[in-house]
Design a binder for this molecule. Sequence first.
Ligand code: SAM
Length: 306
Amino acid sequence: MTNGNAATGLRDLNAGIPDAAQLKGAVSAVYDDVASWSRTGDFWNWGMHCPELLNELNGLRPNFNAGVSDGFSEQLYFQTLRGLPYTTNDFKTLKVLEVGCGMGEGLNFLTRLVDPARAVGLDISGAAIRRANAILARGDRLTYVEGDAESLPFEDGEFDLVINVESSHNYPDVEKFFREVARVLKPGGHFSIIDVFDPRSNQRFRGSLQQNVTEFDWIAERDVTENVKSAIRQRMAPGSFFRKEYARKQMPLRARIIGGLNGAHYAGADFIGHKDTLSKVLELARIRTKFVGEYESYRHHLARRG
Ligand SMILES: C[S@@+](CC[C@H](N)C(=O)[O-])C[C@H]1O[C@@H](n2cnc3c(N)ncnc32)[C@H](O)[C@@H]1O
């Protein structure tokens, strides 16, 4: 393929996507709103269910979720540590960054499992970051900063590990994000990313891996689609912890309409083929297919910076 064709291909991929600044403004406004009604302890991801992972997690921290959650979102976070060459003891000297940390619950959870020397969470939602700092921050050891994944406010080589959970699909330029991650990582540091992909975002992701836009050595890939679908199915089941919590939440009507019946939209029920009224309306209005597309897989990728 010539460069000209490659450029045309990229233009096709970009067709129908609002410009980057517009998209980022919309994303931060949406999550600022979600932060205004979310409760302490809320994660913002679809979770995953893997019995083996759950056993391991319970071994490290018995009854980690007793009475406070269904444990699926914590398992998704725990998955980001899988395949890393660090012992619990090694973590004591490591500096960890999470990009797209939401209200910070996931990073807080991980730091209670592995206790790194320093952990920083970054998110584009100012409201989410203010809440994280007010409720979860612990001095220099765990802090949260507002910022953009594509322009990280950190020095070169500041971190040993960067994690990213169900967030990169929002970024207009994933390659720019990868370059920034490579810049803030020390040589030999690791990047752990887990996210959902639609055909367009998958093509972009695979493209940037092939073009090797960074000095990353991609060392592991695990498809967790079925594990994520299992968590979503259990959350959507009658009487589930998720459904009970959703019913109890005090949220504005607009958030309940967006979330759909039993919180189907927030739980990721689209991914298991569940179409609620909102999905149907968005599809009819050609908004969903235009901007979101159909999700095809949920994967964890691990890279080492050369
Ligand atoms: C689905 S939520 C996941 C939050 C968290 N990782 C979790 O699993 O609970 C996606 C997060 O990515 C953040 N985000 C989206 N675009 C971003 C960007 N350009 N820079 C930083 N954060 C971004 C959103 O504000 C939101 O908090």
